[in-house]
Design a protein around this ligand. Structure first.
Ligand SMILES: [Fe+2]
Ligand SMILES: [Fe+2]
Length: 383
């Protein structure tokens, strides 16, 4: 007679239940995490959920295997649990695999264009995530009354993306100011960096206002705690770093920003949106000119370090990823929108971005070569 109390008796189904629950939750996390990625891109919630998916999936696999070897289930149940453990393992590994694919998607498959200077941390372009709130919303709203819902959703998403990138441009210029101070740059360059940062704040607020007008709801930025830990990353010569980053992120990308914004403004029929695009056109061009000035100063100040670095960057300029009309996450929203309405509200298709990018690459290369040869450096591509 077994005199163990029922509660203390070995329970062969307990580990099986734990495995099924852990694996089930890990499986449910897959669509949830995909939705989080669609809404927030490479955000901390996305990374936390990916890690949770990994832990739960592996836990489910280990528990299933312990159940098979220790609890002696029937041979049919044993086969079922072995198959389940393989499935749970794959679900768990899907967490880091999704994270890896998200990084690839963000880095290579098109990050989406924007109107500000990119903020780079450890080589990765970053921007703040979004949350509900209106403290960064300031500026005129567009008239969205004649737009269908898919077009409004697409325009909201595109302007939010721009707002995030504009916001990230503020610390990007703060970083330049810090580096310029470190190498004893003249006051004109420091003033240029701070002036640009102030304009990027204004751009961000106006982009949030346009997004609110199209979407009928307010968004603001999450904190960016990564900036407390890193960001400067001066590993090589500071003059060469300033010069090469200015060439790619300022001379090339901000001049391209101005090209695209100018083209978008020309076809924009909404007064509020057109005004923002026109401001951005003028001011992004100023930011590009600031980078050209910085580049010229760095060449003059430390030619032995800067010229070889610039020549190397110039040789790889064609490999700079082209900004796209919409990021990988926003492409489905844009595809569902009315193309004519998008243009009337200042959004042009990606093939027009591609044509302008080719022209901008040629113009940038020619201007750098003239700069290196001490010739006049007027931009022949600016509209
Ligand atoms: Fe800018
Ligand atoms: Fe900007």
């Amino acid at each position: 007679m077994n005199d163990l109390p029922a509660a203390d008796a070995p329970n062969p189904t307990k580990r099986r239940k734990v495995s099924l629950i852990a694996g089930g939750i890990a499986t449910v996390l897959i669509p949830i995490n995909f939705g989080v990625w669609m809404m927030t891109e490479l955000s901390i919630p996305f990374m936390v959920l990916a890690a949770l998916q990994l832990v739960l999936g592996i836990w489910a696999m280990v528990t299933a295997l312990i159940h098979v070897f220790k609890d002696q289930p029937s041979s049919g149940a044993k086969v079922g649990m072995v198959l389940w453990s393989i499935f749970a393992c794959l679900v768990g590994l899907g967490g880091p695999a999704g994270l890896f694919l998200a990084v690839i998607a963000e880095g290579l498959a098109g990050m989406g264009g924007a109107w500000g200077r990119p903020l780079r941390i450890e080589g990765r372009v970053v921007h703040p995530s979004l949350r509900e709130g209106a403290d960064w919303t300031e500026g005129d709203r567009p008239d969205a009354s004649g737009l269908d819902l898919p077009t409004r959703r697409a325009l909201e998403a595109l302007w939010l993306h721009d707002a995030q990138k504009e916001h990230a441009s503020v610390p990007a210029f703060s970083r330049i100011s810090w580096m310029l101070s470190a190498v004893g740059a003249p006051p004109e360059l420091l003033m240029g960096a701070h002036h640009a940062a102030m304009q990027e704040i204004d751009h961000a607020k106006r982009c949030f206002a346009l997004a609110a007008g199209y979407g009928g709801r307010h968004h603001t930025v999450e904190a960016m705690p990564d900036l407390l830990l890193t960001g400067l990353e001066l590993r090589g010569d500071p003059f060469a770093t300033l010069a090469t980053e200015s060439l790619e992120d300022g001379c090339l990308l901000e001049d391209f920003n101005a090209d695209v914004a100018g083209r978008c403004a020309a076809g924009c029929e909404d007064p509020a949106t057109r005004d923002v695009l026109q401001r951005i056109t003028v001011e992004e061009r100023e930011h590009a000119e600031f980078s050209w000035d910085l580049l010229a100063w760095a060449i003059e100040r430390a030619p032995e370090k800067v010229v070889p670095a610039i020549e190397k960057t110039l040789a790889g300029l064609d490999r700079v990823p082209r900004p796209t009309a919409a990021s990988a996450q926003k492409r489905a929203l844009v595809d569902a929108a009315d193309r004519a309405q998008l243009r009337a509200h200042g959004r042009i298709p990606d093939d027009e971005w591609a044509a302008m990018w080719s022209s901008r690459l040629v113009a940038t290369r020619e201007r750098v070569e003239r700069l290196l040869h001490g010739e006049p450096v007027m931009d022949r591509c600016a509209e």
